[in-house]
Design a binder for this molecule. Structure first.
Ligand code: ADP
Length: 465
């Protein structure tokens, strides 16, 4: 084997944890050079400059190449893939790679605060970032980010975005009030989308890895129209524990689902309060909502942000907490959210896997095809008995409420659909609706018709009946 082949062979041992493939197969290794003395250099072209595992990649490359006795120095240069032009070029968004919606079902849950802190965290991770405040009813960007503002200026046909700490900003408030003092607007749906469209596409964003779109609160027609305006890569839903009704979160997921936009994370904001005196966590609004999200809906990424006087005081002051206290516990939580966002988007953009599918076959079985192509066939009544909703399983104790004998053997699905990137929904002939996270629909490798099995992570699934 020549030296180049030996190096590539070793580098095949470095696996991208999100894409599940090695860095050579993924085409990340570029410009490999080996000199006469055995010094090796190459570029590692990652999917995003904010890649959270870049240090891990570097260490693994160095370690594996160190196993070749002829290798001298190893120089790995981290680069990122070129930003590709999205569908609608020719406007201000033409060099924006990913648009991420931050949405909530209700106002005042901290959606804008999350949007701003997520944006500044992504920027600190090395990405080029912008924030578009599409909340025309209560534009808060000028309050949350204290950027110097002396009015909006044009460059050719485009509006120059306001900039603070490397992040580009645009808000309806900047356009509505020359001094940046936004007032809630009274507008009807078509006007809202027109104003947003003009401002969003009329802004010269330049090259951006991520544009965070702070959506108007709610899941009605206006929100749907805004979400249709631009090709979004993903959505993050913000909620609070006292409002964390599944119905609300699911409504949000469904809205984005209609447009084939996956919801990649749910943030439970103001989730608990850490008392400075007794150093105790107070679950002032109750707890368990996050676990329910994971167990019942299969959301891989859900995050808790506590009630914190500093978040609010700094926010009202125009200084996002992640910029002034980057090492704080709160900033760490935003970092986890940002890392999950980067990884999920990279996974969605680069994964060749098909979305899982379920269908009802003429022979009376439900066919399920997982994203890796594994297929299985399940008895409908058995799947109905495995429903994990609050009507079928006691949320507090985990005890089975629905008894197997209550489900007739001839139960059939009336409608089968998908929810977000995570779950299959089934409306049953007994009038009940169930949601099954993909994880809960994992099957035996031989793909027989035994139905779902609980794997290690899903040990909380009820015993088979
Ligand atoms: P929304 O965009 O959902 O209307 P905002 O982000 O404007 O909500 O937040 C509403 C208020 O709540 C603001 O005063 C903000 O500073 C405060 N806030 C947001 N998140 C937190 C938190 N985790 N702890 C304390 N205050 C918060």
């Amino acid at each position: 084997m020549d030296r180049k082949a030996q190096v590539l062979d070793k580098l095949k041992g470095v696996i991208d944890p999100d894409l599940g493939k090695d860095i050579v197969t993924l085409g990340f290794v570029k410009d490999l050079n080996i000199d006469d003395t055995g010094n090796v250099s190459f570029n590692l072209e990652l999917t995003t400059p904010a890649c959270p595992v870049k240090d891990q990649f570097r260490a693994s490359c160095e370690e594996l190449l160190g196993e070749l006795d002829w290798v001298g120095d190893v120089a790995v240069t981290m680069t990122a893939q070129q930003r590709k032009k999205p569908a609608q070029s020719g406007n201000g968004l033409s060099q924006v790679r990913h648009i991420i919606a931050v949405a909530s079902c209700k106002g005042g849950v901290g959606k804008s605060t999350v949007a701003v802190n997520l944006a500044f965290t992504l920027s600190r991770m090395g990405a080029a970032v912008g924030i578009f405040d599409a909340d025309v009813y209560g534009p808060s960007l000028p309050t949350l980010v204290n950027a110097p503002f002396h009015g909006l200026f044009q460059d050719g046909d485009s509006i120059i975005p306001v900039e603070h700490d490397g992040v580009k900003l645009m808000s309806f408030a900047y356009a509505a009030a020359p001094q940046g003092e936004g007032r809630p607007a009274i507008m009807r749906g078509p006007m809202v989308s027109q104003v947003i469209n003009q401002l969003l596409t009329g802004t010269g964003w330049g090259e951006l890895d991520y544009l965070i779109l702070d959506m108007p609160p709610g899941t009605g027609d206006i929100q749907l129209t805004v979400a249709q305006l631009v090709p979004m890569s993903a959505a993050v839903i913000v909620t609070t524990p006292q409002q964390i009704s599944f119905v609300d979160v699911v409504k949000g997921v469904e809205m984005f689902d209609q447009l084939k936009i996956p919801t990649i994370a749910v943030v439970e904001n103001m989730s608990y309060f850490m008392c400075g005196n007794c150093d105790t966590r107070h679950e002032i609004f109750g707890r368990g909502a996050r676990a329910k999200l994971i167990n019942q809906y299969g959301f891989r990424n859900s995050f808790e942000i506590p009630v914190d006087a500093e978040i609010s005081a700094l926010g009202d002051n125009g200084t996002p907490i992640v910029t002034v206290a980057p090492d704080s516990d709160i900033a760490t939580r935003y970092r986890e959210l940002a890392e999950a966002t980067v990884r999920e988007i990279s996974r969605i953009a680069n994964s060749g896997d098909a979305k899982p599918e379920a269908s009802y076959d003429p022979d009376g079985k439900i066919s399920y095809r997982a994203s890796d192509g594994t297929e299985a066939r399940i008895d409908p009544a058995e799947l109905r008995r495995r429903c994990r909703c609050a009507h079928c399983i006691d949320e507090m104790t985990g005890d089975q409420i629905l008894q197997p004998e209550q489900v007739p053997d001839d139960t059939t699905p009336r409608q089968i659909g998908t929810l977000g990137n995570y779950a299959i929904t089934i409306d049953w002939s007994d009038g009940h609706s169930s949601i099954y996270p993909y994880d809960a629909l994992a099957f035996d490798a031989d793909g027989d018709a035994d139905g779902p099995v609980a794997d290690g992570d899903r040990a909380d699934l009820p015993e088979r009946v």
